[in-house]
Structures are given as C-alpha cells and as structure tokens.
Design a protein. Sequence first.
Lengths: 248, 324
Amino acid sequence: MENIIELNNVTKRFGGITALNKASLKVTKGEVVGLIGDNGAGKSTLIKTLVGVYSPDEGDILIRGEKINTWNALKARESGIETVFQDRALTPQQSIVKNIFMGKELRYPFGFIKEKEQIFEANRLIREIGFTSKLINAESPVGNLSGGERQGVAIARAIYNKAELIVLDEPTNNLSLNETQKVFDFVLNVKKSNRSVLFIGHNIYHVYDISDRFVILDRGEVVHQINKNDISTPEELMKIMRDTIGTH
Amino acid sequence: MSNNNSYLSNYFHRNGRALGSIGYFVLLMVIFLIGAPEAWIRPNLHQSVFVMMPTLIFLTIPLVFLVASGEIDLSFASTYAVAAYVFALLVKNGVDPAICLVLGVFTGAAIGALVGTLIVVFRLSSLVASLGVLFLLRGVILLLSNSRSITIMEVENHWIYPLLVGNFYGFPMQIFWAAIFVIFCYYFFNKHVFGIHIQHVGDNSVSAEQMGINVNAVKIKAFMFVGVGAAIGGIFTTMITYTFFPTQGFGYLLLALAAVFVGGTPYWGGLGTIIGAVFGVGIIAYMEIGIIAIGWSGEWRQFFNGLIILLALLGHRLHGERVR
C-alpha cells in the first residue's frame, strides 16, 4: 500500500519542553487512522506538524515516499492534505465562499479571483453537505452560522480540494448527535473513494467506530499501534490505552 | 422571498459601511448648502477641495489595506517627506524627474518594508513602533536637509509635470490619477488575492496561517503599500508646489487616519471599504476647507473635525459588533 505521508522520528520542542519525542506515524491510501491519547499527550502538536503549521526540529517527513525538505501549511495543502482544525480555521467576518477558498483561491492570471466560479462552487458545496436553510448562501458571513454549520464550511473546504488525506482534529466536539452522524458519513464517503482520513478524538467510541487502525500517543511519544481487526470492542481499546499510557 | 432577504442582508453586510459614509457625506453637503449656499456655489471652494483630495486619497486608501490586515502605521506621514526629499534632491542634482519619481516611490516601498519587517519579526505593537519611526524619520529629514526647503522649478519643463499634476480643462490632473488609483485599489482589495488574504489575516491570523497564507509576508506587503501611497502623495505635492519642505506631511497624519475610520473601516481588522474611505476623504477635505469657506473662523475646524469623527463612529456602530 502506498504511504500518503510518513513521519519518521519527528521531534518538536517549544522552549525547554519536548512536545513530540521521536514520534513516527504513517497513513496509507484508503485507510482511516484514529489518533488517541490523553490531554497533553501531544496530539495537537503531532497534527500541526503533520499538516505543516509547525516545522519539526528533528526527523523526516515523507510524502508518497519522497523526503520533504521545507515543510509548511501551503506545501501540505499542495501535497493533497486538507485539515479540519479543532478551531475550524475560519475567518468569521468573511463570507462562506471566501472561507471555502481561503489560501487556495481560484485565480485568473495576475492573481485576480474567479469570483463567480467560486460562488457557484460554494453554493453547490453547502447544499451538498446539507445546509438546508434558504437564509444561508455562499455570500453569508460565517459569523452568522452555528457551530455545526461552521464545521460544515470547514469540511466543505476539504471536500472541494479533493484531498488525498483529510485530517480531522476533534471534529465531533460540541456537535449534536445528528451533526456527529454527518461527520461519520463524511468519513465513510472519503474512505469509499479510496482516500485517507486521520481522525483525532477524545471520545474513544467515536474513534473506535470509524477507524481501521489506532495510534496511541502519550507524552509526545507514539506508544502503541493496533489494528481494529485485533480487537473486538471499544472497551478493549480503552483497556489497552490504560495499560500503555504512563508505563513507558 | 426569503432568498431575496438573504441577498439583501448579505448586500448590507458587504456594503453597509460604505453606504454609511456616503450618507454622512451627503448629509454634510446638505448642511453646508443650507448653512452657506452662496459660498457653496462658488467653484473655487470645490477646486481647493479637488487639490487637497488626491494627496489625501493616496495616503488614506493604502491605510485601509493595512488597517484591514490588523495593523496600523503612523510613520507614513514621515515617509511622505522622505520620498519627497529623495525626489527633490535628485531633481535638484540634475537627474531626470521621471527617474526621480520612480526612485522616490521605491524609497517609500523600502521604508514600508523596513517598518513592516521590524513590527512583524519582532512582534512589536504597530501603533507604538510606527510612532517611533514617525519621529525617527522626521529627525533624519530635518538633519539631512538642515531644516531647509528645496525648490525645484525645473520640473515644470519636464513631460511628467503636465501629465501628473497639470491642468486638464480646469481640472487638476492629479484628480484623474487619484481616480485611477481608487479604481485599481477597489479591485485590488475586493477581487485580488492580495486584498482577500489581507482580510483573512486581519480577521483571524491563526486561521489564515493554518490555511497556508504567509501572514507575515501579507502584513509586510501591506506596510509597503502604505509606503508607496505616502511616497506618491509626497512627490505629487512637491511637484504641485515646486517645493520640498522638511515638515511636509505632518499635517496629513491625523487627517488621513480620520478619513479611514470616518470612511467606515473598523479598527479591529478583517474588514475595510475603499469606496467608504473615498467618501471619508471627501468628508475630511470638505470639513477642512468648507468651514473657512462659509465664513467661520479656523478655530472651528478642529472642533468640527472632532465632532464628525465621533458622530461617524457612533453611526458605524449600527453595523454591529465584531463577529467572532
């Protein structure tokens, strides 16, 4: 199986604190990886390094087997990695369409923006992900939307860019049951189209339900990896987590 | 029906601030017209405004970009004089004025880049740091020029003079250049990646960074644009008056800032309006000149400037709080 992305022995320090310590992680084509760990385990740092918001102090990043020298958020997106950040990464005073195309605007030569095309695509996307309210269209400001709807905009952005790997950082936080189900459906659709998902969550049941493989992180280190086939219940996963965390 | 409502509300969300400042401008015109109709129909009043407005537009419009990016710059009032000094000094030394113009504008961009880099790299408060640069550059100018002005009558005979600041059927040419500048900036701000990225960065710089926008680069470019605008304003004024004088530009500092905010651009970043700023400039320019024209003493000018800023801010409150 082709590796979409591979992190090898990645270390990230902030001042004197080592947030990631020789962490290694790979995601292959078409799989859903669940990243779990306690608060402060380094999940967020690992994700932000993986998607180029942080650059690693040590270690290698490989995209489809090729080593990358300079790594940043734009490069990650150009490599086919889209992220739905925990804070959604939206600009609330701007319209939905501007948010969907943020950083990857559809452009004419010289940097002018294909506004009509963007609006058309954004309207199509927000219907596709199930914005039913007629009061909302592509030019509505994001600040007027509910938490679930904002999550929808962040997901629409990932859909539009047809990413090969979609990273979802705590995507079900503060969502209703109905909205959570929508996120699950979205993950399953991505998987069906043979693309990959990295799913980060607090809620073990959520992570268990949709992941093919689990990666357990503790104090900046990857302490355990396990396939879903090897366990049969979320309780078993929780027991493994309890047993591995704090023992290394 | 509901669809119409949403388009209407989106329209007001996008244009409400610009419409607001157009409203204040019309209101001010009506007040002047009722207060002093005979002064108002005299063309020389409007001619004086037309002479002042272009300079103020070159200073104000780039500031809209910078304020929308979440920063502020006060140093432009000194950059204005530095660029004018470079221009005048080179002209005086026999360099072709067209080349001097380019070098002057380049000086403005370079100062903007330096100020922006200083603020962005060292994470300084742009208000305080640019205040420092404002004084520093003014000091440099006073020292270099020995506080002496430079007269450059020779520009009048060069082809750039009639082209840039000449007279076209009674209208000063700089009006046309300012209009072209406004149209360019309108598209640059609203329909170009540069303007759109500025709005994202000023709205939420963390989000912008996460989406791969180079936040620091965007901000530095915005500072450079302010430097370019200030340089154009300074050089145009120097050409119009044939004179560089070392204190020039200081008087525009507060007027240009007032025009940005009266024009409806909020101070908190993420939003801005070019059209609003043009009318903001109109309001400030007519206040400056109109008070005198209607026969009131100059002492009233500052009073009314202050009043109009406060009233405009109160009015723009109607567009609501910052959404998060």
